[in-house]
Ligand binder design. Sequence first.
Ligand SMILES: NC(=O)c1ccc[n+]([C@@H]2O[C@H](COP(=O)([O-])OP(=O)(O)OC[C@H]3O[C@@H](n4cnc5c(N)ncnc54)[C@H](OP(=O)(O)O)[C@@H]3O)[C@@H](O)[C@H]2O)c1
Length: 287
Amino acid sequence: MTTVLVTGATGTIGTQVVKSLKGKDVTLRIGLRDPSKGDAFRADGAEVVAYDYDRPETLEAAFAGVDRVFLMTPFVESALPLVQRAVAAAKAAHVKFILRLSAFGADPHATRALMLDHGQCDSAIKDSGIPWAIVQPQVFQDNTLTSRLPTIKSQNAFYGASKGGRLAVVSSADVGAVAAEILSNPDPHRGQVYMLTGPEALTNTEAAEKLSQVTGRTISYIDLAPEAYHGALTGAGLPPWAADAIVGLDLATARSEASAVTPTVQEILGRPAETFDAFLTRHREQF
Ligand SMILES: NC(=O)c1ccc[n+]([C@@H]2O[C@H](COP(=O)([O-])OP(=O)(O)OC[C@H]3O[C@@H](n4cnc5c(N)ncnc54)[C@H](OP(=O)(O)O)[C@@H]3O)[C@@H](O)[C@H]2O)c1
């Protein structure tokens, strides 16, 4: 049976990749920084191995005997060395296919550091000599449940600097389902870069209105000057590079650089991408 290694399996997208791969005809191997935390995966029949970019010696063993890899890197200042480490280990283990989790707007010539880094990581995969595909998702709908949740709960508000710019946020469930489809049948997807979006591009004010409808509370989007938003993010504990990345995304959104809606989720899954309304309704209890 084909063995698929899933990295980042405890994260937003990795969780969904594992969930969607369960119904597929593959053997699952889960790479965790701390394999002792893998009991839930083991209970589902998966093998759990150590996988830690900061301990490169774990990578080669994790890739040994693996056919296909879902390769994600965490949100770090530069993921390129991590991808380079993974590619070296995957080559040594004769891995046959890599699906990389990138980001919408990734470009090896981008001026924004995060998009430049993602673009360079994409290039490292394309140049690896290992058959590949890349998914470039738009901003996750799930950020409403993670980075935005604290102020939604405590202040009935969330913040940004995107003005009236539109963004076609995508659900992690759709990204995971697309990834699982590609990993279970990679041949038609080899050498493809897929930009994944939700079905509609929304302003943050519209997103706040939808949140208000679903929760029954008035939840506001508060648009800040870029410097003020940056200060709020660093004040909340984010390192400056991360605040730069988040504010940079909002400024690109304000310039309408991120408003595209792609048909790719529908094309690959044969059903429409999840709407933000449906996502919020599915997670209503968490707000
Ligand atoms: N958020 C967005 O809107 C968005 C949109 C497009 C693209 N992206 C990209 O998506 C990626 C993040 O994906 P995500 O949101 O699914 O991740 P996430 O929820 O932030 O989870 C991070 C995952 O990485 C693992 N991890 C952390 N450090 C590691 C290390 N040293 N070695 C191995 N694994 C490590 C974590 O494992 P532990 O359980 O050990 O902590 C966890 O499973 C980033 O590349 C980001 O740029 C994000």
